[in-house]
Structures are given as structure tokens and as C-alpha cells.
Design a protein around this ligand. Structure first.
Ligand SMILES: Nc1nc2c(ncn2[C@@H]2O[C@H](COP(=O)(O)OP(=O)(O)O)[C@@H](O)[C@H]2O)c(=O)[nH]1
Ligand SMILES: [Mg+2]
Length: 342
């Protein structure tokens, strides 16, 4: 069946390889240019193949009675995708009720799952809200290693492709390597960058970046931040100070505070990030590294446990690997027929 003929080969990305360095991956490693939906599908391949393969295994005999054994196995597969026990139980119970006393086919099960996932993940597409009267200021926060700096590079690329000019502020002054990493990305994407020496007050770097954006009439100013654990009071105070400094320069700024979450961290990452979002006044989520996990179902608990919309998803390490989150497309990509490399 074409539905399951997807390529299950290795991910094009292995971020563990270079764990000691913050240097961005070389663009020469980029997969061939492909359409956004294809990239998106490829990025979700790990989740898609586990979900689809395991469910196919359930249907070694054609059609199954929805008895306790079958329902238990199905529940376990769904939970493995990280969608959460509650939603997995809802799907299981719906199949139990809908197919009571008769055999259920694989396609029918997939249909129930995809309909439920659409429902649970649903939200309007929420691109960044741009302001017309001056630079739109975007502050990017999240724990260390979640994907902030890489996501900033992707955002800068996207803004520029939309014809918007960009200034980056290297506000993670805690580590010299972090400034260097953003500088490399700035060169590569052609964005302007404002940096300070290691240990400089991040709020002063943010201030300078916003000043530059105002003076040069730039459209978007994106500010990186440090990400030591949110349990550290100092980090929350630092973010508060950055926000205050920026808001004195431009009323209503920062216009967006994007919280970057690491999809590979699963549900642990969610609870960790919760305190973060409360303290930093976040306006949306960027869910990075979806390509690196089979647990892409984690979007469901994120949607359920956060008030925040998922604005963008990261599906790779390259500057183009960012997509606007859309629940329907997400579910389509998980269950679409055919070869995801097409
Ligand atoms: N596979 C994959 N790797 C990512 C993605 N986003 C970030 N990374 C990698 O995750 C690691 C940490 O990212 P970085 O942006 O430095 O995180 P930060 O500490 O929050 O700034 C780096 O190796 C990135 O290349 C993504 O969407 N997919
Ligand atoms: Mg960083």
C-alpha cells in the first residue's frame, strides 16, 4: 500500500556529531532544494514512520476486532508518539465505540487518528505580527540547546525572503561561542548583527540592536538570549531587564517573544519550559528539531498545556528548515500517501 512506502532512511541531520562546537552546520550539507511541504514531510518522517509502521504491524491480519488486546496495543503505539495518555485514550475509546462488534480496518483506524489529531492540534496559523510604524522587535528565549540561535537564523532567512530587512542582536553574551555562532549565521544570511564582548550586559546589546534597527529603518530586529535553566532567578531577571530596556525604546516592544522548545526533549521539555513562558511573557512557540524525533505527537500536549500558539516548527539544521505551523498540514504530512522525498 502506497501509504506506507515512505522512506525510513537515516535523518539528514545528526546534531550529536558536533556537540562540542556551536558552529552552524555547513550549508554545503544542505539537502537539495525542495518544496516547503516536501521538506516538512521529510522533517516529520521519523514520527510518521513509527506511527505508520507500528499500526501496520497491528494489522498483520486484515481487519481486527476492537477487543481489549487490540485496543491496548493501539493505545501503546499512540502514547509512544508523545501525544499524551489522555488523547491516546480518547482515540482508543472512540475506536472501541465506533467499531463495537465488527472488524476494524487499518484505514479506518488511521482516519480516526488523523481526525482526532487535527482536532487536538487545531489553531489558526499565527505568523509573526509585524508593526508598520517601525521595527518589529522579536525576542527569542528558551533553555540552552533548545535551538534558539538556529531558529533565529531561520527566521532571519524567512524575513529576508519576504523582502524584510533584518538586524540581529547577539544577546547571549554568556558564552563567546554563542556570539560567534550568530555572527556566522548573520554572514551567511546577509543580516546585520550587533554584538558585545562576552560578559557584556545583554540588555545593552539588545538596546544597541534596537537603536540600530530604528536608525537604519530596518523592518525586523531579532534578539538572541542566554538560556541557562529557568530555575535560575538571574536568567528571569535578565530577560525582564531586556524587555524593560526595549520597551523604553519602542512602546509595545518586544512585539513578539518566541519561546523555542526542543521537540526531542518530549514532555519533560514542556514542563521545564512552562515556568519560562510565564516569566518571559511569551507570545508564541517555535518547536525546533521535529526532524530529530519520532515523538512529533508532542504538539498535542503543547497545544493543550500552553496558552501559546505554535507559530513555527523547525525541521532541520539549515536556514530554510522552518515552516509556519498548520495543524492540517502537519497531520497530512504524517499520513500522506507516497514517497516523502518526492
Ligand atoms: N535536527 C535539527 N537540529 C536543530 C534544529 N534546530 C537546532 N538544531 C541543532 O540543535 C543544536 C542547538 O541549537 P542552538 O540553536 O545552538 O540552540 P540554543 O542554545 O538554544 O541557541 C545545534 O546543533 C543545532 O544545529 C532543528 O530544527 N533540527
Ligand atoms: Mg544560542
Amino acid at each position: 500500500m502506497g501509504l506506507f512506502d515512505r522512506v525510513t532512511g537515516k535523518s539528514s541531520v545528526d546534531s550529536s556529531e558536533d556537540a562540542t562546537s556551536d558552529a552552524p552546520p555547513k550549508s554545503g550539507d544542505a539537502p537539495k532544494k525542495k518544496g516547503l511541504f516536501a521538506r516538512f514531510r521529510q522533517g516529520l518522517q521519523k514520527t510518521a514512520s513509527v506511527l505508520n509502521t507500528d499500526i501496520r504491524d497491528l494489522f498483520k491480519q486484515e481487519g481486527r476486532l476492537p477487543d481489549d488486546e487490540f485496543l491496548g496495543e493501539l493505545f501503546a503505539i499512540l502514547v509512544k508518539s508523545d501525544m499524551g495518555a489522555g488523547p491516546a485514550a480518547e482515540i482508543r475509546d472512540q475506536i472501541k465505540n465506533d467499531f463495537r462488534g465488527r472488524k476494524v480496518q487499518m484505514a479506518e483506524v488511521l482516519q480516526v487518528i488523523s481526525r482526532k489529531l487535527r482536532e487536538l492540534m487545531a489553531q489558526p496559523e499565527e505568523p509573526i505580527q509585524y508593526v508598520e510604524s517601525g521595527p518589529t522587535v522579536v525576542l527569542v528565549v528558551g533553555v540552552n540547546g533548545s535551538g534558539k540561535t538556529t531558529s533565529i537564523a531561520k527566521l532571519a532567512t524567512m524575513f529576508q525572503q519576504q523582502g524584510r530587512t533584518v538586524v540581529l542582536g547577539a544577546g547571549d553574551t554568556f558564552r563567546a561561542a554563542a556570539v560567534q555562532q550568530l555572527t556566522i549565521w548573520a554572514e551567511r544570511t546577509g543580516a546585520e548583527i550587533v554584538t558585545g564582548k562576552q560578559g557584556t550586559d545583554p540588555a545593552s546589546v539588545a538596546h544597541q540592536a534596537v537603536t540600530r534597527a530604528i536608525e537604519s529603518k530596518v523592518d525586523v530586529c531579532v534578539i538572541d538570549t542566554a538560556g541557562r535553566l529557568q530555575t535560575q532567578n538571574s536568567l528571569m531577571q535578565e530577560l525582564g531587564k531586556i524587555r524593560r530596556v526595549i520597551s523604553k525604546q519602542i512602546e509595545d516592544a518586544p512585539h513578539e517573544v518566541l519561546l523555542v522548545l526542543d521537540a526531542t526533549a518530549g514532555q519533560n521539555g514542556i514542563s521545564q519550559a512552562k515556568g519560562f513562558s510565564d516569566a518571559a511573557g511569551c507570545t508564541g512557540i517555535v518547536l525546533a528539531k521535529l526532524d530529530g524525533t519520532a515523538k512529533g505527537g508532542v504538539v498535542v500536549p503543547i497545544r493543550q498545556q500552553f496558552e501559546l500558539p505554535v507559530k513555527y516548527i523547525g525541521v532541520g539544521e539549515q536556514a530554510e528548515d522552518l515552516a509556519l505551523f498548520n495543524a492540517d498540514e502537519f497531520v497530512d504530512a504524517l499520513f500522506a500517501e507516497g514517497d516523502s522525498n518526492a
